[in-house]
Each structure stands twice: as C-alpha cells, then as structure tokens.
Design a binder for this molecule. Sequence first.
Ligand code: PLP
Length: 368
Amino acid sequence: MILCANPKAQYLLYKEEIDTAISRVLDSGWYILGNEVRLFEEEFAGYIGVAHGIGVGSGTEALHLALCACGIGRGDEVITVSHTAVATVAAIELAGATPVLVDIDPDFYTIDPDKIESAITSHTKAIIPVHIYGHPADMDPIVEIAERYSLKVTEDCAQAHGATYKGKRVGSMGDIGCFSFYPTKNLGALGDGGIVVTNNEKLAEKAKLLREYGWAERYVSHFPGWNTRLDEIQAAILRIKLKHLDEDNLKRVRIAELYSKELEVCDIILPKQRKDSAHVYHLYVIRSERRNELLTFLKEKGIYALIHYPMPVHLQPAYRRLKASDKLPETEKITKEIISLPIYPELSESDIQTTIKTIRDFAGAAND
Ligand SMILES: *Cc1c(COP(=O)(O)O)cnc(C)c1O
C-alpha cells in the first residue's frame, strides 16, 4: 500500500528524540504555554524571518485569530480563493466576516491577482492568498493592490512551510502569516497545532491576548477573546521537526523532480514552479482529463492517490450561499482534473518507482 502522506513514517524516524521530548514535558508538570511553546515560537519566527510567533490550536484558528487581531469582523469582506481547504473560508466566517471568492491562476493554482480588484467593495478589509500545494502565491501584485486599497494581507501558509518567493519565506510578506501543524503538513505535529507570525508588534500583542480570553494579566480580560493555545507537548515535538524541515522539504523536491522527469512523456499536466519561487511540494498535483479512471487504476495497484479538493468551496452545500465574484471557471475546470500523487519525505525509492511505472502504464494503455 502506497499512501499519499504518512506522518507515522516521520514519527518512527525521529521516535527516540520525540519520545524523550514528550517525557520531558510530562515530567515538567507544565502543560500549557510554558518554555516549549515560547522557544518554539521564537525558533519558528526566526526560521520564517519575522519578529513574532504566537502558537495556537490549529491552522483554522491561526487564520481566525489573525483576522480578529487585524480588527476584521462583522460587516467586513475578505477576499480569498474557492480552490483551498474549506478551513480558509470557515475561518473568515468564524471571525464574523464575509468571504468573497475569486478565481485562480491556471498555471500555479494560486489566487489570480488580476481577479482581485473587481472583487473589492467599500466593505473589503483583507485578502487571504493561499500558498496552495506548497507553491507561493504571486505576492508582489497582491501586496501592491492591498496597499493601494488599505487592505490587510493574511497569508494562508498551511501547505507551504519553508517555501520562498523572491528569496522571502511565505508568511513574512503579508501583514500576518498563518500556519497549520496538522500531522500531514510539511511541518506536522502529532496532533493539532498552528501558529500566527508577524513583524507587526501591535498585531502580535493583540493576537497573544485574544488567544487566551483577552487576558493582559491572568484572569483579567481587556477585551473578549477565547482559547486557542498550542500545547507544550506539540511544541516540544515541533521543535525537533523544525530542525529537519529544510532537509525534509528537499526530499519532497527530489521526489517531485523524479516524478516530473519520468512522467513528462505522459498525457498529463505536471505541476509548474514560477521562476521567482521555491515550491515545497506539500502535494504533487497532476492533471488528467481521465482523472477518475487514473484514480481507480492507481487504487487497484494499491496506490492511494487523493484529490485536493474534489469540490471547490463555492459549490459545497454549506457555502453555495456565498458570493463568488464571478463564475470561477479555472477553479471549476481543474477540480475535475486534479489528482495528488504520493509524496512525503520518507517515501521509499521503490514506492516512487512503482507509482511512476503505474502512471506510465496507464498512459501507455491509452495509446494502444
Ligand atoms: C490544513 C489547512 C488549513 C487548516 O489547518 P488545520 O490545522 O487543519 O485547522 C487551512 N488552510 C489550508 C490551505 C490548509 O491546507
């Protein structure tokens, strides 16, 4: 069986270090907002190249907290894409704001900067570019539009830990960056977790208070907040995995390069990388007009490819009521064609070769 992602393989690789770290936290008697979280926040912010990190309960909560810290709420509109994890859109509504969904660039699948301006109204307060699959959104035009209209940029980096755009890490280019540490992400905890990063001291301070009931001092709320904290145990695990993140991302890139080299002959569209960007291949997504057949063919051979995502947010039952700024043709087109091949740092050479051979067989069979 070849899985699309496999967090257990990474746990086993670092098992000794991780088990020791977990024991250290258990023995410390301090389980919430202690040294591990404080150190991880510093280390992760340093890695991204920003001044502040605020550990939270999940990626969804990171986005929710970031928007609230920016003062975004009821009556405000936030522009993002429909081609994303539903969490991006859910977080906008958690903050009380209204999502406005625009189309993607057909080559890189990230927000199409040319579609943003026509979606802006007098209520628009922020843009959330999503660095989907590990490839950075085209940040320069996005930041330029945001500055011109005084909008906040909240980066959704949940799939792109370590990816760079013009030499800068994602999460460092907007007003605030949001990461998820869901176990299958490029930097994954062994449970839920997330972080908000920013260079803006005021936003960092606000986010820190909101994450814990609006407390400026213990038991005294200065404004209404809630609870979304990163656990000490997860922070201790993440500190170990952060040390290996660049090396793990390189392993993903190597697998992607192998796939791209060997699958070029097939009648499929391969993932592209913008010249100014470094992709970290959270997912390796190809496109085929015979996607459903390919998915079944792979499954019969024990290869569990997945679809990210089978239904864009604006077509899902819960979100059909939302205003999409237009019909989102690129989003709807790729949804029928995309398929995510197995990719994770520990994926074995033989599993990579089996996957390549199976897809080549599938493509070859079509030519008979
Ligand atoms: C995973 C993900 C999230 C949500 O993160 P959780 O930790 O699962 O809440 C948000 N946005 C994108 C693009 C994601 O891939």
